[in-house]
Write a protein that binds this ligand. Structure first.
Ligand code: BEZ
Ligand code: FE
Length: 314
C-alpha cells in the first residue's frame, strides 16, 4: 500500500521509478522529482498556482512552431541555457579559446555560402559596416577553410524569421576563411531588440517588470575539421542594455566597438568591427552547440525516441 504523506510522497515516487533501466534517465528523473517536490513544499504551492503553472507551460508548447521555439526562450530567460552552456564549456573549451554565447532561437541551417567580402544584408537601408578578423588555434596558427555561420537582426531589430515571409533568408550567410585564416563580410549594424514578447514568455517578462531587451549583437558559429565547434556572438559595447541582457548571453570578452579609423580594415571607407576567433581542439565527439534550428526540435521530443534524433538536432 502506497500510503503517501507530505513527508513520504517523494521517496514513494522515486521508489516506483527505480525500475527505469536507462541509468541516466533514472538519475535525471530522480533528481527532477526531488527538486520539484522541494520547490512545491518551499513555496507551498496552492492548487490554483499549480493549475496556472500548467496552463502557462501548455501555452508555451502551443506557441512553438517550426519557426519558433518558446521553450528555448523560456530556458533562456530563466538563465538555464546560459548555465548549460557554461557547464558544457567547462568540459571542452580551451582556456584561451573564444568564449561561447547563446545560440538563441533564430539560428537556421543552410544559410547561403557567400564569397568573402559579400554583404549578408539583402536590402540595407543604412550604411554598411565591415566585420572582419581571423580564425586561429590556441597556439596562434591560422585555420584555413574554417566555416563561419553569421546571423543577426536588421537595423530595425528583426530577424528574418520574424518577418512576413519567414522562409526567405536574410541577414545570414556562411563564409570560409582564406589560406591565412582571415574572413571579412559586409553587413548593417544590428539594433538591440526585444525578445519575442507576444507569447507566454513575454507575459512572464512583463509580470516581472523586466525590459525584455537583448543588446545589439551578431551571432557566429565557427567550425573546422579537428576543432570544437564554437557558438558565440559579438556584442556592441555602446548598447544601452549591455549590462542587463534578458537572456544572460553577454560577457566582457565578447564586447566590440565600431571603429572609423582602423587602418587594417579590409574595406577602407566603411566603419569596421574586428572580431578575432580562437578555436579549441576537438577533444571528443561532443559538439560545442547548445541548441538547434527550431525546425529540428519540433516533433523530436518523445521519451524513448531513437537517441539519434537528438544527436541529429546538433
Ligand atoms: C537571440 O540572440 O537572438 C536570442 C537569444 C535568446 C532568446 C531570444 C533571442
Ligand atoms: Fe540574437
Amino acid at each position: 500500500m502506497q500510503d503517501c504523506t507530505i513527508e513520504t510522497v517523494t521517496d514513494t515516487v522515486i521508489a516506483q521509478m527505480a525500475t527505469t533501466p536507462d541509468a541516466r534517465l533514472r538519475e535525471i528523473m530522480d533528481s527532477l522529482v526531488r527538486h520539484l517536490h522541494a520547490f512545491a513544499r518551499e513555496v507551498r504551492l496552492t492548487p490554483e498556482e499549480w493549475l496556472r503553472g500548467i496552463a502557462f507551460l501548455t501555452a508555451v508548447g502551443q506557441t512553438c512552431t517550426p519557426h519558433r521555439q518558446e521553450f528555448i526562450l523560456l530556458s533562456d530567460v530563466l538563465g538555464l541555457s546560459r548555465l548549460v552552456n557554461l557547464m558544457h564549456d567547462a568540459e571542452g573549451r580551451e582556456e584561451v579559446a573564444t568564449e561561447t554565447s547563446l545560440l538563441g532561437p533564430f539560428f537556421r541551417e543552410n544559410a547561403p555560402v557567400l564569397p568573402l567580402g559579400s554583404s549578408i544584408a539583402r536590402t540595407p537601408s543604412q550604411a554598411e559596416i565591415v566585420l572582419y578578423g581571423t580564425v586561429r588555434d590556441s597556439e596562434g596558427r591560422p585555420i584555413a577553410g574554417a566555416t563561419l555561420d553569421v546571423w543577426q537582426t536588421d537595423e530595425h531589430g528583426l530577424y528574418d524569421l520574424q518577418r512576413q515571409s519567414p522562409e526567405e533568408m536574410d541577414l545570414r550567410g556562411r563564409f570560409v576563411t582564406d589560406a591565412e585564416g582571415r574572413y571579412h563580410l559586409r553587413t548593417v549594424k544590428p539594433l538591440g531588440y526585444s525578445i519575442p514578447m507576444d507569447g507566454p514568455v513575454g507575459d512572464l517578462i512583463r509580470a516581472q517588470k523586466r525590459h525584455g531587451f537583448r543588446p545589439a549583437h551578431i551571432h557566429m558559429m565557427v567550425g573546422a575539421t579537428g576543432y570544437r565547434e564554437l557558438v558565440t556572438a559579438l556584442y556592441f559595447a555602446d548598447d544601452p542594455h549591455i549590462d542587463s541582457d534578458t537572456v544572460f548571453g553577454v560577457s566582457a570578452a565578447l564586447l566590440v566597438r565600431e571603429r572609423h579609423d582602423d587602418a587594417n580594415a579590409p574595406l577602407p571607407g566603411l566603419p569596421s568591427v574586428r572580431f578575432d576567433i580562437v578555436l579549441s581542439r576537438a577533444r571528443d565527439q561532443a559538439a560545442g552547440r547548445v541548441g538547434a534550428d527550431p525546425a529540428r526540435v519540433t516533433g523530436a521530443g518523445r521519451v524513448g525516441a531513437d537517441p539519434q534524433t537528438i544527436t541529429a538536432m546538433r
